[in-house]
Design a protein around this ligand. Structure first.
Ligand SMILES: Cc1ncc(COP(=O)(O)O)c(C=O)c1O
Length: 445
């Protein structure tokens, strides 16, 4: 077996040898549609010539220079491009190497901001159950992904607490209207502020579209504005984690553009660099940076590889391609087609309880019975069986267990690259639908 620690220590995966467009060629001689861009990462697909060229040029000039001494052009241009029109009042960018690192930076930035403005008592963070903000210990403590937290619970800080997500499919009461459900969630957040003491809360954190943990769950209309209002009432920040749903994935550059709110700090990664290099970052409101600038004069945080030149050059090229090739329009058009085809193929399926998402970010949640919404026995690992069946049919997708509570429930995500075309969407849905049938037939047998 491999000496590399793989996701499973019992079974080595095939090797990915080569990629082009939405396809990956593996060491078993198979050509696979990358139907989820890995974990919603490969937004331009593989081998985009402009990104490769930008990386090559940067590598030939300079691969690394320490940020204690130097800035670099690629990182400066990336910040200028992403923040060009100060979206939502976000004026500054901090760059690091992953989504988890970016989340750590967001938490520390929020904490330092309050210390700088004379409110050091703000040291609590409220996030949501069934969310994911990363795997480093701070980000893991922030997240509400019960399955990923359990083993490490004794090591997780009690600075974090959790309220309910906006998960209408399962958590809206019977007969409860959307408005009443949203009001109930706002009241729950208000109660959590009161429990902690509103003066102690630094920020509320949420994914605008919940990614892997719940499977592309969008909030109900009006949810984010009322949650923002609770934060504003108590002087706490709103941190939006767009690591998975951001940078164009939902059809707008930022997922919050469709929610009627703007964050104080936004966390980004995956689609920022499209997997061409490891890169993540935070976008920060001007007043927060001003407070640090006028206060201690520095962000008390840092990483060896922050604002890495080659990673920045890759992300800059990815972001330029998204703009130059009008790919957000393609995300919206192909996203509508993907939704239509998924609903046609699986909308009446007895074991598909819900199909949901936005842009090119879709998931199906599986149930034994659509009326009771009962999940499958988790020992059956239906999500994994669908992944295996899909791979056998030439499609890579992103499966997840524990939809309801970290233990029960199965869903599978699709998040194709923004360059996907109509024929490829048809192929993805056809292979996915057949894989769902194969996996369920396997269970029945
Ligand atoms: C919403 C969200 N936040 C944070 C992270 C952590 O990102 P990374 O795996 O790059 O550390 C992820 C990764 O899946 C994510 O989906």
């Amino acid at each position: 077996m491999s000496r590399l620690i793989q996701r499973s220590l019992r079974q080595d995966p095939p090797r990915a040898l080569r990629g082009e467009g939405i396809y990956i060629h593996d060491s078993n001689g198979r050509t696979i549609i990358d139907g989820s861009g890995g974990a919603a990462v490969a937004c331009l697909g593989h081998g985009h010539p402009r990104v490769l060229e930008a990386m090559r040029t940067q590598q030939e000039r300079l691969c690394y220079a320490h940020t204690a001494l130097y800035s670099c052009e690629a990182a400066e241009e990336l910040a200028d491009l992403v923040l060009g029109d100060s979206p939502g009042g976000l004026t500054h960018m901090y760059l690091c190497s992953s989504g988890s690192e970016a989340m750590e930076a967001a938490l520390k930035m929020a904490r330092q901001y309050f210390v700088e403005i004379g409110a050091p008592h703000r040291q609590k963070f409220i996030a949501r159950r069934q969310s994911y903000h990363g795997n480093t210990l701070g980000a893991l403590a922030a997240g509400g992904n019960a399955m990923r937290r359990a083993l490490y619970a004794p090591m997780l800080s009690d600075a974090f607490s959790h309220v309910s997500p906006c998960y209408a499919y399962r958590e809206r009461g019977e007969g409860e209207s959307d408005a009443d459900y949203v009001a109930r969630l706002a009241a729950e957040l208000e109660a959590e502020f009161q429990r902690l003491g509103p003066q102690h809360v630094a920020a509320f954190l949420a994914e605008p579209v919940v990614g892997a943990t719940l499977g592309c769950v969008t909030a109900l209309p009006g949810y984010f504005p009322v949650m923002r209002a609770v934060c504003d009432r108590h002087g706490a920040l709103l941190i939006l984690d767009e690591v998975m749903c951001g940078m164009g994935r939902t059809g707008t550059m930022h997922a919050w553009e469709q929610e009627g709110v703007t964050p104080d700090i936004q966390v980004i990664a995956k689609g920022l660099g499209g997997g061409y290099q490891p890169i993540g970052g935070i976008l920060i409101a001007g007043r927060i940076v001003a407070a640090l600038r006028e206060g201690s004069g520095a962000f008390l945080h840092g990483h060896t590889y922050q604002a890495h030149p080659v990673a920045s050059a890759a992300a800059l090229a990815v972001q330029r391609v998204i703009r130059d090739e009008g790919l957000l329009a393609n995300v919206r058009t192909m996203g509508t087609l993907l939704e239509q085809r998924l609903v046609e193929r699986l909308g009446n399926h007895r074991q598909v309880g819900d199909i949901r998402g936005r842009g090119l970010f879709w998931a199906a949640e599986f149930v034994t019975d659509r009326a009771t919404r009962a999940p499958f026995d988790s020992a059956l690992k239906l999500h994994d069986r669908i992944k295996e069946a899909a791979y056998a049919r030439g499609l890579a997708c992103y499966p997840m267990a524990g939809t309801l509570d970290g233990k029960r429930g199965d869903h599978v995500l699709l998040a194709p690259p923004y360059i996907v075309n109509a024929g490829e969407v048809e192929a993805i849905v056809s292979r996915f639908g057949d894989a769902v049938d194969d996996a369920l037939a396997g269970l029945a047998a």
